[in-house]
Design a protein around this ligand. Structure first.
Ligand code: PRP
Length: 185
């Protein structure tokens, strides 16, 4: 859907559909150069990364395979809890694989920092991270991220996979959620 369907619920559109598409194309060219000839496994982190994964995978001129993990680091609110648990594990064996984790957002960094260590312990040839969004001002731990789509301010963003209480994931752009939607004002 486009933002006209959530009128009054966003304060602004931060990144348009066209900007996301262009940036994923740029990142894809970098990935193609970096992983030429490699047997790449894209690991998507459910649910937020579904849109990035689908568009990135189709943009890449590389034969890849895909797998999915579900982990939880947020409650239903707007803050990271720091508690990470596996809700769904990978089906794939990572030994000898070139793994690229695909995420929608790195906020505190707690989820990715944990996930990186977890996947590295499974014997892959390499593990790198791609995230569409990163909030540098929200970082609680340093995570080594190879591909970043956009660095964004520390605001509550929704759309293109990102939700608030499961809503807005199908918004084509990325917008800032209006505070009255979550603070009761
Ligand atoms: C979001 C996002 C990352 C994590 C980032 O997922 O997809 O996995 O939070 O936060 P952090 O850097 O502070 O750890 P969420 O737990 O909201 O689940 P979802 O993808 O199903 O929406």
């Amino acid at each position: 859907m486009d933002s006209s369907h959530v009128d009054g619920e966003l304060t602004s559109i931060l990144i348009t559909e066209a900007e996301i598409k262009d940036r994923l194309a740029e990142l894809s060219r970098e990935i193609e150069a970096d992983y030429a000839g490699a047997n790449v496994l894209l690991v998507g982190v459910l649910k937020g990364a579904v849109m990035v994964m689908a568009d990135l995978a189709r943009e890449l001129s590389l034969p890849i395979t895909m797998d999915w993990m579900a982990v939880s680091s947020y409650g239903s609110g707007t803050k990271s809890s720091g508690v990470v648990r596996i809700l769904k594990d990978l089906d794939s064996d990572l030994s000898g694989r070139r793994v690229l984790i695909v995420e929608d957002i790195i906020d505190s960094g707690l989820t990715l920092s944990w996930l990186l260590a977890n996947l590295k312990s499974r014997g892959p040839e390499s593990v790198e991270i791609l995230t569409l969004l990163r909030k540098p001002d929200a970082a609680k731990v340093d995570v080594d991220v190879r591909y970043v789509g956009f660095e964004i301010p520390n605001e509550f963003v929704v759309g293109y996979g990102l939700d608030y209480n499961e809503k807005y994931r199908n918004l084509r752009s990325i917008g800032v959620l209006a505070p009255h939607m979550y603070d009761g004002s």
